[in-house]
Design a protein around this ligand. Structure first.
Ligand code: SAH
Length: 396
């Protein structure tokens, strides 16, 4: 096994459970163009004493992941079998719940191996590879996965790292899934497409927020769902008794996809508006028309570019809140959500509340959501808990 010497500072972090390596952690400068991709490597201190083992690979964050700090441990198929079984144990409550058939089975570093996630959609699995190095271990990881989940009907993979030759999404094992495949979450049906690029039609990390919409807060209320994608929040609210929903998304595909989700749940489309337009244009239109809502969901991508401009959470979230809050009815709820990993909860909360304060509406933080239990995170790596959802009650 190739060996790399780490600086004492990095070793200290690793001993506390920090799993991610950065280029600056190494005693000798790394040649990033020639990483030993597809191999497990050993990490030592400056005296060549074992400290950890893992792999090096370039992805959107860091340069490699620690997999073990136990000198006795071999990284092998049985190592991954153990990780997958532990991850399975951690998700017992989901396996026992017949009302939820889609959830995350393995969440990267939170389950002991960064760079890899696996989601379950009914009888099918979707594996996402976040760097080429872990991707090259596919044979071993697939074998371990199938040992723990022999009953899986089929597997798709998503390539989440930059490369020239691979397509974003591929079918790799078993039988292909129906298109759409119908999954359940809290009893609500969702149509998913497992082989259409990176996205499947539902973001599984929002299940608790959708759960809240289903289980009470929506009854008799109206909802504005911005950046609505396939309308998952709107469907959840309508199933929870919302009297009307409005879904707004720039992407043309969102119209048919959102209709499909409503129809699948036998919801009356006449109470649902689905608009293909820019959210900021919608805010101007809604203000002129005098529309207001009991609940507004803001769930933008961390970064987006369209013909006219770019949107980034860091630069524009304040403006989004400022524009949206005028449309909240007195006593209504603003669901401010972001998945930007480069923003701490503290900083995000400050950004949102600063915008609310500037507008001068009294507000009360009612609820905070982060990742659900299937998106397991470790305390030593707080940035892994990227989801931040703040629910404010607004007084007009
Ligand atoms: N809230 C959704 C997920 C949002 S994904 C859910 O819970 O399922 C981000 C979506 O934002 C994409 O569908 C994209 O088309 C849309 N989008 C990006 N920029 C936009 C803009 N300026 N106006 C409206 N929609 C936008």
């Amino acid at each position: 096994m190739e060996t790399f010497r780490l600086k004492n500072q990095a070793i200290k972090k690793i001993k506390q459970g920090y799993p991610l390596l950065q280029a600056g952690d190494f005693e000798n400068q790394l040649n990033e163009a020639r990483l030993p991709e597809g191999q497990w490597v050993k990490f030592t201190d400056s005296k060549n004493t074992y400290q950890a083992a893992g792999y090096l690979g370039r992805q959107n964050k860091g340069i490699g992941w620690i997999l073990t700090t136990d000198p006795q441990e071999q990284i092998s198929e049985s190592f991954f079998v153990r990780l997958f079984k532990q991850a399975q144990d951690h998700r017992k409550m989901y396996f026992l719940d017949p009302m939820t058939t889609a959830f995350r089975l393995f969440n990267g570093e939170g389950d002991g191996a960064g760079g890899l996630t696996i989601d379950l959609y009914a009888d099918f699995a979707v594996i996402s590879w976040y760097n080429s190095s872990i991707y090259q271990q596919k044979k071993l990881i697939l074998a371990a996965f199938l040992e723990v989940y022999p009953e899986i009907a089929g597997i798709y993979e998503k390539i989440r790292f930059e490369n020239q030759n691979l397509t974003d999404s591929q079918f790799i094992y078993g039988v292909p899934a129906a298109e759409p495949l119908i999954v359940l979450e809290n009893g609500v049906r969702f149509a998913v497409y497992l082989n259409e690029g990176w996205m499947t039609g539902i973001f599984l990390d929002q299940k608790e927020v959708r759960g809240a919409l289903i289980e009470g807060v929506s009854a008799g209320k109206s909802l504005l769902n911005t950046f609505s994608y396939t309308g998952a929040f709107s469907v959840a609210a309508a199933m929870g008794g919302a009297i009307e929903t409005t879904s707004v998304d720039l992407a043309k595909r969102s119209l048919a996809k959102t209709k499909e989700q409503f129809a699948l749940n036998q919801l009356d489309l006449s109470n649902q508006r689905i608009l293909v337009m820019d959210v900021f244009d919608f805010f101007r239109y809604a203000k002129r028309a005098g529309y207001t809502y009991d609940m507004i969901v803001l769930d933008p991508p961390s970064f987006a570019r369209n013909k006219k401009k770019t949107f980034s959470v860091i630069k524009d979230y304040g403006k989004l809140v400022t524009e949206a809050v005028d449309l909240v009815k007195d006593g209504g709820l603003l669901f401010a959500s972001t998945n930007a990993a480069n923003l701490t909860m503290k900083k995000y909360k400050q950004m949102v509340e600063q915008a609310l304060l500037e507008k001068g509406y009294p507000f009360l933080l009612k609820e905070t959501y982060q990742l659900p239990a299937d998106f397991r995170v470790t305390a030593a790596f707080p940035e892994g808990n990227y989801l931040k959802v703040l629910v404010y009650q607004i007084t007009q």
